[in-house]
Design a protein around this ligand. Sequence first.
Ligand code: FES
Length: 141
Amino acid sequence: MYSDKVMDHFTNPRNVGELENASGVGTVGNAKCGDIMRIYLDIDDNHIIRDVKFKTFGCGAAIATSSMATELVKGKSIQEALEITNKTVMEALDGLPSVKIHCSLLAEEAIHAALWDYATKNNIEIEGLEKPKNDIHEEEN
Ligand code: FES
């Protein structure tokens, strides 16, 4: 049912934890299943994501997608990180069962929420970034 990569990132998730003095922190949840994800970004003066950590209270697919999403954004510019969608994350994991696709939306939205927090704190505008939702449940279907 799950690919080897999903199982690997679920059993051995990368970048778990928090960052003290993070440049941006994003938290999103899905009210339907009750799962919550928080992402911490450390962004340098050149707008490169130096470090990233996450904490996910959620299902295996949510943990695996969070882990893969953090691997994908690490070392990237803000604009590159913005282009990482839930589809990118799923492809990097060799797919997810269709009933679990919604879980991958948490990672995409949590990255956007952390970037939004960074932009707000620094009083800058990130082109193409829209105000994220706290609850992604409405976005499904
Ligand atoms: Fe809620 Fe997977 S069941 S994120």
